[in-house]
Design a protein around this ligand. Structure first.
Ligand code: GLV
Ligand code: MN
Ligand code: MN
Length: 417
């Protein structure tokens, strides 16, 4: 492990360098297509080029570096994660997988080793979906599942995705051409912080990911009647915010009572024309529903929608429920996980298997390629928060595992996964 500490320290210094690039003066915020996101991409691009990769920025803004093997027509292993962030984010969610992938390749290149397959390192430009309320825009392009109707979706300032792609020098006409054809994939490997407390509690540095929870995200509009806060009697009001408030508590209660691993969150709330002396006439909120079990997920979605409609009916509010995104649960590839488990064991750690409640770029990629993920412990499981933290010793442990995993893959590459 001591040999890997300098590599771990370099990873940390790159993570810190990326963390200094933000839309806001305070904290870390890099939403898709902003100057900060482009600047972070430029940094990664420079590092990839310096490492000897053949680098390009694709039509949506993903940074992509290829390391070619000497085998003509070799399949491609993709190592990737994202460099966009939520608002006031931590520094590790996303960038870890990119800078660790870069370190892996730098180590292979500098040791003069050859790989029997091509490796493409990708820094995805949008995984969090904060700006356009839909996730995986970058990885969907690479998977060939980008939905063109997304181009007309607008951000909070009314700027469409189509316009943003143009502004950052992308090309909406070339999005489909940037997919990796399904027959060229060897596999997909993503290193990511756990974003939950299990590894921290178990005092283990790494785990493999068995599967990733499916999710449904909906936008809910409550329409009532705006009015004067001083004149409309309480029993004559149609207060949209009170309807939303009842719904928010009902979401928490239903998920907590389900006892099936269902989780549900209202994370956004907008009050139209908000003022202290106006009865709220229209409120829009988000609902994020997740489960690793497809049936639990679809039942949970249906129950919450019905509950919302019942609250609306009770309070004489119009309710409009729109699903803005959904993805089914993903099972990570058994063969890749066998090799990853072997690599964890060889590195001297117990093989822990976790299901990810967080979404990852591995989700859309799983439609076209075997996928696997390595989780790295983060402090108390804190994520989507400035206190997100990874110990340098855990980076070193993950390096040993990842090196071994690439070695294992190169041993078996002839037998398709
Ligand atoms: C991404 O971080 C998600 O799980 O929402
Ligand atoms: Mn992430
Ligand atoms: Mn995230």
């Amino acid at each position: 492990m001591t040999g890997t500490m300098p590599r771990a320290e370099k990873i940390l210094s790159r993570i810190n360098e990326l963390a200094s690039v933000s839309e806001a003066a305070k904290g870390i915020t890099r939403r898709y297509g902003t100057a900060a996101a482009v600047e972070a991409g430029e940094k990664v691009r420079g590092w990839m080029r310096a490492a000897g990769l053949r680098v390009r920025v694709d039509a949506i803004g993903n940074i992509r570096g290829i390391w070619k093997s000497e085998n003509a027509g070799a399949d491609r292993l993709v190592i990737a994660s994202h460099i966009d962030t939520v608002i006031d984010a931590g520094r590790w969610d996303g960038p870890l997988g990119v800078v660790m992938g870069l370190d892996l390749l730098e180590n292979i290149i500098s040791s003069g080793r050859k790989l029997p397959f091509d490796v493409e390192l990708i820094a995805f430009c949008d995984e969090e979906g904060v700006r356009f309320h839909t996730t995986y825009l970058g990885s969907k392009v690479v998977a060939g599942s980008f939905e063109r109707d997304m181009l007309d979706r607008k951000d909070g300032e009314g700027v469409s995705l189509r316009e943003v792609i143009g502004m950052i020098g992308g090309n909406v006409e070339a999005l489909e051409g940037d997919a990796i054809p399904p027959d060229q994939w060897l596999g997909y490997f993503e290193i990511h912080i756990e974003q939950g407390p299990v590894l921290y509690e178990k005092k283990a540095p790494v785990a493999l990911v068995k599967g990733i929870a499916g999710q449904v995200r909906a936008e809910v509009v409550f329409k009532g009647m705006a009015g004067h806060a001083g004149t409309v009697p309480m029993d004559m009001r149609k207060d949209a915010l009170c309807g939303a408030a009842a719904f928010i508590l009902a979401v928490e209660e239903l998920a907590a009572r389900a006892g099936s691993g269902l989780v549900a969150t209202v994370g956004k709330l907008q009050i139209a024309n908000a003022a202290s002396n106006v009865i709220p006439g229209e409120v829009v909120c988000s609902v994020d529903i997740r489960s690793a079990d497809e049936v639990v997920l679809s039942q949970g979605h249906l129950q919450l929608k019905e509950l919302c409609e019942a609250i609306g009916a009770q309070r004489a509010l119009e309710v409009i429920w729109t699903v803005v995104q959904s993805s089914s649960p993903v099972v990570c590839d058994g063969r890749m996980n066998e090799l990853l488990g072997k690599s964890i064991r060889r590195a001297g750690y117990e093989v822990l298997e976790l299901v990810s409640g967080a979404g990852h770029d591995a989700v859309p990629i799983s439609a076209v390629s075997p996928v696997c993920m390595l989780f790295v412990r983060c402090y108390k499981g804190i994520s989507h928060h400035p206190q997100e933290h990874v110990e340098t010793e855990d980076l070193a442990a993950a390096i040993v595992v990842a090196d071994e995993f690439i070695h294992q893959l190169s041993e078996i590459w002839k037998y398709p996964l």
